[in-house]
Write a protein that binds this ligand. Sequence first.
Ligand code: GLC
Length: 669
Amino acid sequence: MGDVTSPWPTALPQDVRARLEEALAGLPAHRRTTFGLRVARWWPDLVDGLAPYPDPTTLAGHVLEKAAAAYREREDELHLLDERRSLEPDWFQRPGMVGYAAYADRFAPGASGLAGVAQRVGHLKDLGVGYLHLMPLLATREAPNDGGYAVADYRSVRPDLGTMEDLRELARTLRGEGISLCLDLVLNHVAREHPWAVAARAGDEHYRAYFHVFPDRTVPDELERTLPEVFPAFAPGNFTWDDELGGWVWTTFNDYQWDLAWSNPDVFCELADVVLHLANQGVEILRLDAIAFLWKRMGTACQNEPEVHQLTQALRAVAKIAAPSLIFKAEAIVGPNDVVHYLGQGQHHGKVSDLAYHNSLMVQVWSMLASRDSRLATHALGRFPAVPASTSWLTYLRCHDDIGWAIDDDDARAVMAQGWQHRLFLSEFYSGQFEGSTAEGLVFQHNQATGDMRISGTAASLAGLGHALAALDAAVDIDGFEDASHAVDDAVARILLGYAIVYGWGGIPVIWSGDEVAQLNDTSWALTPEHADDNRWAHRPRLDWDRVRDAVEQPSSPTGRVLSGLRHLARVRARLPHLHASVSAEPVAAPDPGVFAVLRRHPVGTMLGLYNVTEQARQVPEWWVRELGQLSLNECVDALNGYPPNRTADGSLYLSTYQPVWLVKASDV
Ligand code: GLC
């Protein structure tokens, strides 16, 4: 029987409790009580999560002292946010949530840095944005720095963008507008120039143990047998010799990104402190960069090891105690059976990340648009294990990274295809090499050994808009003009269809900056010397604000249609409770493989998303909708236009070229 007059858990060692009480001394009584209650709530998760380390209880006590210090420093406004979020834990799952991701310096006009981001909040609000992911903006090593993913100081902002005070100010402004700020937590590696790495290079044994260093090739060679290569073209291998270290250091990504040894409890404590620090700046979502790679084990690919989930659970428990409004987003670009663990399966159910990227959905959308066939997508997405109802997918059509064709061989076989052949087809299709393709992607990291060819390019360029506009410019007669105009319309429709699938899936749909005005590949990407070997910069253009203005002024232009289309999707979405992320999306096989169908059975009513992935008109028979057992065409409206769906003479639902339809019962909306 515990002490019912005390908030502290009985399992908490007395000396830890004494130290925590001391750290909180002077705070108002209600604050101290809240902290104690939170420790009681999360202590078991914290200790369990620290199981990979030799003495979890002592370590947990040590980490709690850091949490108490951060809690003490947390601003009142953020304490208020913590309380508010604990009353609405589904805040990020609601249908009104739309995300946007951008590089601060490529989004803000001119060289206005973080202050310039705040000036453009209106644009975000028009798109319905409630979540803004600003790409790495903490101090990095000098270029090259992998777009900021080589952090040199977790506690300062890149000087060209502003200061920590500017970041706090921006977070506050955004919060006032109902927009939550998301930042990257690059936790697998630091820059070779980070003080920990500098100390290690100077011979400090304590910091040398923050990294995986090997005196010779014996262990690295053995590890390489099972390790994949992330950047085979510009950073082959997973280890880098460093003269100052006098050893081979583990570098999964570039040679200047040194993997942290998470097996060392000191590394856990340092990163837990960084989490708390960022939360206290007003950051509400942390994107756990490259999280799959944290734990290393000989004889494996060193990805998705069980310890990764334990450590995430522990980090989350620390955050829940000091800054519970903070949520985690896993960046784990891994297969379906692995990715669901990042949202919590089994013993970690609901205890790890709140959000995870739905990489497979993104890949399958591009695959359907290329093959004009939904069968593979329906099969592959349909066999995703269920995820906890308290979590959410992050859905997207494009992001700052390349697209790797994550098509599973078994999924391909199930629909009578060959995995390697389909992956090759997609690479050839999106790099424009396939007969009839108008896509203008670039091949990224062709791996000669595996045949893997990833693809860079903006959504608009991959959808063939650049090609179609060029044909329109070059048209010399009326036929040529008409053909090219149709091609432009089709490309615009492909972009909007892709986004309709992404918005209609459930979860947070995230727009990659520039997509809202159909920006094409940046043809000058290679002129920046430090980007010249990395064509991902082709799809990371500066946002063209003139284009945004033109799109607003000319709503029937291609860019105008995309911008108003995305704004419209957000407005419709916000009114549809069916899209709450707690309910899962179920792909169902429509009789016509040219139609991708997604059922969402929410207690308030069912929604059936129908997407024509081809440039021909398609039909969906009335009986098929009826037999799904949830909806009848006679009682439905298409939420996207508010009207009953178009029907053919025999009663079938009619879908025009690339048309999306969101069917719901008229009486439910
Ligand atoms: C993530 C980022 C990617 C970066 C890598 C290494 O995958 O999205 O851009 O190269 O991590 O930090």
